[in-house]
Design a binder for this molecule. Structure first.
Ligand code: IMP
Length: 439
């Protein structure tokens, strides 16, 4: 059977998936996104060229790869064309022959963006800190059975009547919170033009992918956001509105579950989070300076929104949980070089919580809110690992740190990233990931 691999962030996102998916993409025939929308931001560095991707899978920068935007995604056609145009200016081909958008994917419309703003304002202090791209409201419409799918939008009468019906309710909410009433005519006119441009890209991607798998094509499924932002299994309600975990790749593409041959977890050597919500290992107060050091060294600012990311120590408890629900076959450990400047590195190996209380808590989110981390302290290496390509060439303390994290997570490390460029990578040949890369 050809390889069909899902790649998932193990923490709250921004683990550096872009680089790893990009490294893998040249070894696969098809690269797929299966959930989320342009809330994602992947930076891909190829030589001295840098690409920022939001909606399109990272495979797009490799000529000859087919890219699929699966049914589990929510797509803002305006954002799609903006991204496509930017990439084409950089010499990347974005054409219907290599980009296929599911006919079952849902559209993000202007009222979804307005509702995202309203919803955050209404929540006040309890706001989620969303990307304000309309993601949550588009998924609400999907589950509320009033969403507009890409294929529906190609029938003008259907598009118009759904916009009119949905906008009636949306405007009530938007205006009640002091927003500007939106016009159905204007939205229809804009969306019908955009979706007509989109029509050559629209396809039955579910059938396409299952047939491709039967024909022995290799498929890379690229997760966006990350495990702890999953709507069911993340730190609810501070999550995104889609199924980010490995199971979501099945639902979000329609590929049969027995097609999957492996799951790769992307784990960063420390943790960050954008937006609100529990974050037990966050570097606060006494550690604010350390947080700032990591933010600067790791360039931890949102690729989509430019927001500074909250920074914290590695959380093995949370990552073990991610390994459990995703079933990681291998882990790619990213951004080792960011820790080069530290004297000592803390790793959260568990939480101090009352055992009895733990049993009655319904989710990892609740645990985290009350959690007080238990830290192990490891010596830093205080020398540069930037660009190292061999495990043996790492300082002993850095190797020990990598081995410690692997033991804590309970999964092999198949790759260590030592810088933003493709070449700045250690690949462990004798690992599942090493084998996927060699095939
Ligand atoms: P939404 O996806 O815009 O609804 O935002 C929900 C939560 O997910 C917020 O905390 C966002 O900051 C977070 N989020 C969404 N997309 C990303 C991403 O690509 N990386 C990291 N966090 C994200």
């Amino acid at each position: 059977m050809a390889k069909t691999i899902v790649v998932i962030g193990a923490q709250w996102g921004d683990e550096g998936k872009g680089k790893i998916v990009d490294l893998l993409a040249e070894r696969f025939d098809i690269v797929v996104r299966y959930q989320g929308g342009h809330n994602a931001g992947h930076s891909v560095q190829v030589g001295d060229r840098s690409f920022v991707l939001h909606l399109l899978p990272s495979g797009i920068v490799h000529p000859g790869k087919t890219c699929v935007l699966g049914n589990g995604m929510v797509i803002d056609p305006k954002a799609f064309f903006q991204e496509a145009e930017r990439l084409m200016e950089q010499g990347v081909e974005v054409s219907p022959s290599r980009v296929k958008i599911s006919s079952r994917a849902h559209l993000i419309l202007p009222y979804h963006r307005a509702l995202d703003h309203t919803s955050e304002e209404r929540l006040g202090n309890e706001k989620v800190g969303t990307t304000l791209r309309g993601i949550g409201p588009a998924y609400e419409d999907k589950v509320g059975r009033r969403g507009i799918r890409t294929a529906d939008a190609l029938v003008p009468d259907v598009l118009r009547s759904r916009i009119e019906r949905n906008l009636e309710d949306a405007n009530r909410i938007i205006m009640a919170y002091g927003g500007q009433k939106l016009s159905a005519d204007e939205i229809f006119s804009e969306m019908s033009q955009l979706t007509e441009r989109l029509s050559p890209f629209i396809a039955d991607t579910t059938h396409y992918l299952n047939v491709a798998a039967t024909q022995g094509k290799s498929i890379l499924l690229e997760g966006a956001q990350a495990t702890l932002l999953d709507v069911d299994h993340g730190t609810y309600p501070f999550v995104t509105s889609s199924s980010t975990i490995a199971g979501g790749a099945i639902i979000g593409t329609g590929l049969a579950p027995n097609r999957l041959t492996g799951v790769l977890g992307i784990v960063r050597t420390y943790t960050t989070r954008v937006g609100e919500g529990p974050f037990p290992t966050e570097m606060l107060e006494g550690e604010a300076e350390m947080g700032q050091l990591i933010r600067e060294r790791g360039r931890e600012y949102g690729a989509s929104t430019g927001r500074p990311r909250r920074c914290g120590w590695f959380d093995a408890f949370a990552t073990r949980y991610a390994a459990e629900i995703n079933g990681f076959s291998s882990v790619a450990l990213t951004k080792l070089d960011v820790l080069d400047a530290l004297d000592e590195i803390k790793v959260c190996v568990g939480y101090k919580v009352d055992e009895q209380e733990l049993d009655s808590l319904p989710s990892v989110s609740q645990e985290m809110r009350r959690a007080e981390p238990i830290y192990a302290r490891l010596p830093g290496w205080k020398s540069s690992t930037l660009g190292t390509t061999e495990m043996n060439a790492l300082p002993p303390e850095a190797r020990r740190y990598v081995e410690f994290l692997s033991a804590q997570i309970g999964v092999e490390i198949g790759l260590v990233s030592t810088g933003p460029e493709r070449s700045q990578t250690i690949v462990v040949q004798d690992s599942a990931l090493g084998r996927w890369m060699a095939e």
